[in-house]
Ligand binder design. Structure first.
Ligand code: ADE
Length: 259
């Protein structure tokens, strides 16, 4: 996967993504990062890229031209890097904006199958709408709050997508068996010592009985999801037996409330 980021702060993206697991994935050649500075495409002698909004209002707006020029340069560069440029399909362009669809694990999964992804990061009061209409394929938010710019959201998405790429995590199965697998939260984890300040590790985890451990963990996942994120249960993938367990939990809770 090749990540390309159009931004006014490429060093911020590089610093974050070149660190830790994503940094190692870059070293191993599993992903690559190309953060491009939109300012380099300004025609202005002072390298300005923003201007006042038409119609008035607070703040400044990122101009269409430098964004379009940076995008065209990038797409051309990606195209010429392909073994077969004639069958080249333009990559998706993700505009990171609080007005977008809220990012989640299934979006990360879907995006992880792309060859190239372009992230467009805004700053100031936004980007001239015309260039957004011309180049953007997906508007994505990382949550219902407003940040000062799109760099952190782009980094969040790059991180979430990268860890789904085979080989990025040391343990290939671990990206599957964890929070949001089957739309459930992950079960609690324990490590040594067996007793910590009087609190014991659940007995079943010491039993060595794998089937029992698996079923205990699934029940813990279902219980956690019911207690912390019941909204996820609507799309949870459960067996008949697990549905019965969930019904039992709901019944128990209602019983506790009314007794
Ligand atoms: N830019 C500013 N706030 C944002 C958010 N919550 N998600 C994506 N991009 C943003």
């Amino acid at each position: 996967m090749k990540f390309h980021v159009l931004t006014l702060f490429p060093e911020m993206i590089e610093l974050g993504i070149n660190t830790s697991i994503t940094g190692r994935a870059i070293e191993k050649g599993l992903i690559s990062l190309n953060a491009m500075n939109i300012r380099d495409f300004s025609q202005d002698k002072h390298k300005r890229v923003d201007d006042y909004p038409y119609g008035g209002g607070a703040g400044m707006v990122l101009q269409a031209e430098p964004v379009y020029k940076a995008y065209s340069y990038l797409v051309n560069k990606i195209k010429t890097s392909k073994a077969n440029p004639d069958s080249f399909k333009k990559p998706r362009v993700i505009y990171v904006t609080p007005q977008g669809k809220v990012f989640n694990q299934s979006m990360a999964k879907e995006l992880s199958s792309e060859e190239d992804l372009i992230f467009l990061c805004g700053h100031y009061e936004g980007i001239d709408e015309r260039v957004i209409e011309m180049i953007v394929t997906d508007n994505i938010s990382i949550g219902d709050y407003v940040l000062t710019g799109g760099e952190l959201p782009a980094m969040v998405m790059i991180d979430a997508i990268s860890r789904l790429i085979p080989g990025v995590l040391n343990n290939d199965v671990s990206s599957e068996f964890e929070t949001f697998k089957d739309n459930l939260l992950e079960y609690p984890q324990y490590t040594r010592p067996e007793v910590f300040m009087g609190r014991k590790v659940p007995e079943v985890l010491l039993s060595g009985h794998h089937a029992k451990i698996d079923s205990y963990r699934r029940e813990q996942s279902i219980m956690r999801t019911y207690e912390r994120r019941p909204d996820l249960l609507e799309n949870a993938v459960l067996t008949e037996k697990e549905r019965e367990y969930l019904t039992g939990l709901i019944f128990q809770k209602n019983y506790d409330v009314y007794s």
